[in-house]
Design a protein around this ligand. Sequence first.
Ligand code: NAD
Length: 499
Amino acid sequence: MILDEEPLLRSRGLYIDGHWVRAGAGGTREITDPADDTVIAVVDEADHDDVRSAVAAARSAFAAGRWSATPATERADYLVRIADLLEQNRDAIARIETLDTGKTLRESHIDIDDVIAVFRYYATLAEASTERRVDTGNPAVLSRVVAEPIGVCALIAPWNYPLLQMSWKIAPALLAGCTMVAKPSEVTPLSTVALVALIDRAGVPAGVVNLVQGGGEVVGSALTTTPEVDLISFTGGAATGTKIARNAAEHITKVALELGGKNPHIVFADAEFDTAVDAVLTGVFLHSGQVCSAGTRLIVHESVADDFVAELARRAARIRVGPGIDPSSRTGPLVSRQQRAKVEAYVALGISEGATLVAGGKRPADPALAHGSYYLPTIFDNCHRDMRIVQEETFGPILTVERFATEDAAIALGNDTAYGLAAGIRTADPVRGERVARALRHGTVWLNDFGYYTPAAEWGGFGRSGIGRELGPGGLAEYQEHKHIWHNTAPTVEGWFAD
Ligand code: NAD
């Protein structure tokens, strides 16, 4: 197996209470490279009892209070140490991520740099005051609201940005003083195993970070039905998010949900043509469209639509699809055969719904790619809001095109989705751009840009795209409880129930 010799993956088991352990019942799972379907590693597969042990380790580490009582600046030192170790192992982790997910090495390097940045960013928040004084009107009362760690967190991540999404959870949870059990996607666990190996090397105390591996039905569900968890932070699909929210309701467990998106990219007639074409292509076809914030709905002014779509189709046909590990590939395979089958079903649906296929719509013809889960960048013109391919997250390289005549119509189309994760606007008119940005009901709006984010700005969705925020100070607040301490420094008899 290709990753047998990788030092960061020396253990592929579970990490519980500061030790690498084997899955109790001896379960294992093969991890494959979607570029050619070969097995690259075999990892342990946890069961209910393993999850129970991991949660118990996190619970007793939290109850012991040492981690939460460690000054935030010291916890931040651990974050910096983890970031340094990630930096030293950047190339190895990028290779692991590419072999596991199929994304290009260039994208994996960008992801790892973003992971490093998020650990460094949260380290800087240690100095921020965790206490807010409140004026009660009574000078004898010292009243303040303090932020405290919420407790034991279940951190569940998807397969499209395995390490990035997990880092958005682990970094703020550590800084807040929480303890945690992390569960990567069973499809792409390897980079998280590597990260936990580095967390161990950084000396984070036993029980603070625990790792379980396995599928959603057993491991995910065990993690989200226990009353021993205080917060479930989940990134993944809307259907799973619904199940988790339902489970969490049983014990009134707090949930933070980062779910899917069906993200509009609105192009006005005055937008600079070449940069707009470029941004629409990158916005939808990066990582073969397996991006929660992918700009999958092009909403373009009718006066430029024909030329715009023709150029998009021409450029899409030239995108070099190939193994992520090959530097000449511009985009890689889909993560699995299952995911490709889902995309193929959506393409068949689009055709049956009457959309016009103008690019892709099939697997690449190159016999060298026959064993991988490849699919060509695909564009459907003449789409309308009632089509399922316009409303549902396809999570693949599929762009739908709708046309508009007026600004109001563009806004209405942009908001006509159950989701609300992200949106893009292209226009040469900054006043209109700002007006449309405010009118769109999405968690992130890019004006004359697409896909960028920074660890310092909150990320999350309106509507069915989720509950809560990651990144920024808001992303830290998810891992905190806020306690009001009312301290009367000069108590007197009130005499409400006087003798
Ligand atoms: P998924 O919902 O199938 O799985 C996500 C995680 O949940 C995995 O670890 C899985 O094992 C686990 N899981 C599955 N069933 C579970 C259950 N019953 N209980 C508990 N855990 C369970 O999602 P996916 O296919 O891995 O990822 C793709 C989805 O993630 C897309 O919808 C995408 O939009 C979304 N996503 C959102 C963001 C965001 O920031 N909003 C970022 C990345 C991905």
